[in-house]
Design a protein around this ligand. Sequence first.
Ligand code: ZN
Length: 450
Amino acid sequence: MTHPSDTPCFRTMDINDFLKRSVVNFWAADTVCHMLDEAGFTRLHATDSWDIRPGEGYYITQNDSAVFAFVTADTVAGVVPFRIISAHSDSPCFRVKPNAEILSDGRMMKLNTEVYGGPILSTWFDRPLSLAGRVVVRGKDALHPYIRLVKFDLPLMTIPSLAIHYNRQVNDGYAISRQKDMLPIVGRLPENEKPEGWLTRLVAAELGLRIEDILDYDLSVYDTTGPETVGAYDDFITCGRLDDLSMVHAAVTSLINAVNQKRNADFTRVVAIFDNEETGSGTKQGAGSPILDYVLRRINASMKQSEENYMRSIADSFMISADNAHGVHPNYVEKQDPTNHPVLGKGPVIKINANCKYMTDAVSAAIFASICHEAGVPVQYFVNHSDTAGGSTLGNILTSQIPLRGVDMGAAIWAMHSARETASIADHNYVISAFTHFFSRLDNSSSKTL
Ligand code: ZN
């Protein structure tokens, strides 16, 4: 059995550095692009004609928040299946509303925000918080503005709890108002400064731009506390956004690993990082859009292959939909299914649902388990306790666009959608080993699995 740490890693970024840089969806996409640039991938643009060659790495972005990276097969004629790993760049957080500045007593200023996705709201209280996102800058004409990313590294704000003396029920469970309780406070505004346009002035100063050139922005609140290793045996990593950035990191690292092994492949390897999974994937950069189908079709067209060959290739393709799973919580063992208890540190988790919230079926579960077995990686299974509805993910939404075979899986984590989630470091290495093997399976004897 190969130990996960024996998996060769080349010029890839460490998970801690990846998480520190990827504070919101736009920065996660930017960090992925940075890793791909470092590994020698070529950036493509949707508006250009693509001239892609066999055996080389490329990527394209969508909305600055989704990334599709691929390494073309060495053989381009006939049926060239795709091996795809998908994950998502977004995490539950707070988005800044327009005209966000609100002045309170003593010129104390707070920002008006809206909840994005389904965070555990209470975990955002009393943390050092800051802002990051995308800024729209005046361009050559109204239809073609420039995009700049912005990230304030220093804590700019906090959401203070109400003192227990004003809320005696605080430890007994109480309703949290998203509009009243969750607005971050940025500090006392000086007497000579107006609240109107404060945020635009801050962004302009940070980017060295004129205020009048800033047309709009998508800014989100993030916790400035970085990743930490936790546990008496250094077992765990704790950080915001592990769902799903740990899978994004594993997928991109594995693609770069596979490419660096410089072995021929008769299939095209694809990493698809979607945005907006946490709000139902219904955007042009989400898994509910035709974007992945477009990218795969364009690869096929650029290789001068027929539509029939594309259909044949899809029929022989396989996707790993990678989104984290619930590990059994030692304080709430009864919440888990009676016979399936995914444990942190015991390997990637195959996610199964009788009502097809996941794309996994017996065939795709067996294929993924075989891949893990060949890579020396243990696997576990997750199904909901039958009295619990559970969540959804990318896989089944994607299959409404492309009839791909595939499996839903993820690493087991605790506190999903908390401002700080906890995962196992061993599991992360296991996942990278399994993904790298999926992208590296080459000889005929082993490819029988697929
Ligand atoms: Zn997720």
